[in-house]
Ligand binder design. Structure first.
Ligand code: GLC
Length: 521
């Protein structure tokens, strides 16, 4: 079992997540695009990140904001052209930034030509065999083939004109592909190769615990309908052992490129639900390079709980050889600043002090809060729409980034009519405001990313600390780095402490205020 790994850009680096629809708009249609992102790349270079992960940017009806892919090798016209993508990629590489793209393999869009062909073909046809079509139950087949639930509300089956049903573990506009069909395997081999040929540096794999279903599509044992999780814990629908054959195979594809030019191109799995409980099955030298460690994100702000989850992450890395990916936010989660009011920076400095990779969701470096009061008619997330609004959904963390100025569109676009409306209070959270304020979260994160560069490859060693305080060092021959987090309300005095190199709140005379993280070099 590997216990140490050489530092790599993906294993020790900081990856910044760009949500293309909401990062920067160059053509005043209120929707982000590649030329817009390209224009903001110097900001990311100055921030000090190593790589960019792009959410899906492929042609899509946007039923699930791009996670319903209608063409896996094209560019959504709202975002530009392949030439715009190439220009973006070239600029990113020129600035020393790697680019990771999102591969959605569990399902495609109901507008994808393969699914259109399946709908046009009869029951039992080869075209339908690319998906999961089945006859219904009941005398006239009027009930779905089984009791599975969709992740975003409702049954996981939709009936088509001739009476058959098709499976979709997410929305009806996202039919699940049949991974037992050799055509599916060959199709995605081509997709990966097309993007590798274009020069991308890695792949984030969407819903990576999906792909295969139990061949008999049996009922889920727990008929309780859980609208929050859909069927995330249904072992017939998720985390099937067959999925690992795909990842072993994909690993050979990226490894083959690596043998050609010596450049590593990681596969990073979004492995949730049952899969998150089985992470060691997914990562390692012959499968995925990494999988998001989401447990850290949902751990309460409590020193003992944080220490336990950090130890678990590091153990996982030690036994699998896959560096931890520490995550505090993404396009599916309520924003960090709203989930952890008053301690977003403290949590981020803790994250950035840990051995492994760190993922930053766009805007979290600004301390941008969630927009909680989007009007119902403005909301786009199928999670909101398909649950009749019982679940607010994820739009509030996807509102376009405020760059500058004091009113919408805050430098995001040439129009105030952005695809999700920006609130007036964004004015306090613009990049411009952050840059102008030496005490801003943005400046602290920039500084942290610079200081962190010296930490790659160093182990973590816990230090004794009072209750409610988390302390560790990352020792090296030349200097000792220490990170101390106070998760309590009360100030804590550190004996013999000098001036911290970085602190999420002012520290004087070795006194750490409550809910504060400090770095000492
Ligand atoms: C992943 C994505 C999420 C998307 C879902 C379906 O969980 O992160 O945004 O809705 O997969 O593709």
């Amino acid at each position: 079992m590997p216990t140490t790994t050489q530092p790599t850009w993906w294993g020790d680096g900081v990856v910044y997540q760009v949500y293309p629809r909401s990062f920067a708009d160059s053509d005043a249609d209120g929707i982000g695009d590649f030329t817009g992102i390209r224009g903001r790349l110097p900001y990311l270079r100055d921030l000090g990140v190593d790589a960019v992960w792009l959410n899906p940017f492929y042609p899509s009806p946007q039923a699930d904001q791009g996670y319903d892919v209608a063409d896996y090798t094209g560019i959504e016209p709202d975002y530009g052209t392949l030439a715009d993508f190439d220009a973006f990629l070239a600029d990113a590489h020129e600035l020393g930034l790697r680019v990771i793209i999102d591969i959605v393999a569990n399902h495609c869009s109901s507008e994808h030509p393969l699914f259109r062909a399946a709908l046009d073909a009869p029951a039992g046809s080869p075209a339908r065999a690319r998906f999961h079509f089945a006859d219904g139950r009941g005398p006239a087949g009027e009930r779905p083939p089984n009791n599975w639930r969709a992740m975003f509300g409702g049954p996981a089956w939709t009936r088509v004109a001739d009476g058959q049903w098709y499976l979709h573990l997410f929305t009806p506009q996202q039919p699940d592909l049949n991974w037992r069909h050799p055509g599916t395997v060959a199709f995605f081999d081509d997709v990966l190769r097309v993007w590798l040929d274009r020069g991308v540096d890695g792949f984030r794999l969407d819903a990576a615990q999906g792909l295969f279903k139990h061949p008999d599509l049996p009922d889920a044992d727990d008929p309780e309908i859980d609208e929050r999780n859909g069927d995330a814990l249904n072992p017939h629908a998720w985390n099937r052992p067959e999925v690992h054959t795909v990842y072993r195979h994909w690993r050979t594809i990226v490894d083959e490129r690596e043998r050609g030019d010596g450049v590593q191109r990681p596969l990073i799995g979004e492995v949730t639900g049952l899969g998150q409980l089985a992470l060691p099955d997914y990562v390692g030298p012959d499968q995925l390079h990494q999988a998001f460690f989401f447990d850290f994100m949902v751990t309460p702000w409590d020193a003992a709980a944080l220490r336990a989850v950090i130890e678990r992450g590091l153990d996982l890395a030690a036994t699998t050889g896959a560096p931890v990916t520490w995550v505090l936010g993404n396009h599916d989660m309520t924003r960090l600043a709203t989930r952890m009011p008053g301690r977003a920076l403290a949590a981020t400095l803790l994250q950035l002090a840990l051995p492994g990779a760190a993922y930053l969701y766009q805007g979290d470096e600004l301390g941008l809060p969630e927009v909680l009061d989007l009007p119902p008619e403005a909301r786009r997330d199928p999670l909101f729409r398909n649950t009749g609004g019982r679940r607010l959904g994820r739009d509030g963390c996807r509102v376009p980034i405020p760059w500058s100025g004091d009113r919408p569109p805050f430098g995001f676009s040439g129009t105030a009519g952005t695809w999700l409306p920006q609130p007036d209070w964004f004015t306090a959270h613009t990049v411009e405001a952050g840059l102008a304020d030496p005490g801003s979260m943005l400046h602290a994160v920039r500084r942290a990313l610079r200081l962190r560069r010296g930490l790659a490859g160093r182990p973590l060693r816990w230090l004794d600390a009072p209750p409610g305080v988390l302390a560790f060092e990352r020792p090296a021959a030349v200097d000792a780095f220490r990170c101390v987090t106070n998760t309590t309300d009360e100030p804590v005095t550190l004996p013999d402490a000098g001036e911290p190199a970085l602190a999420s709140a002012p520290v004087t005379g070795g006194v750490l205020p409550g809910h504060c993280t400090t770095w000492w070099m």
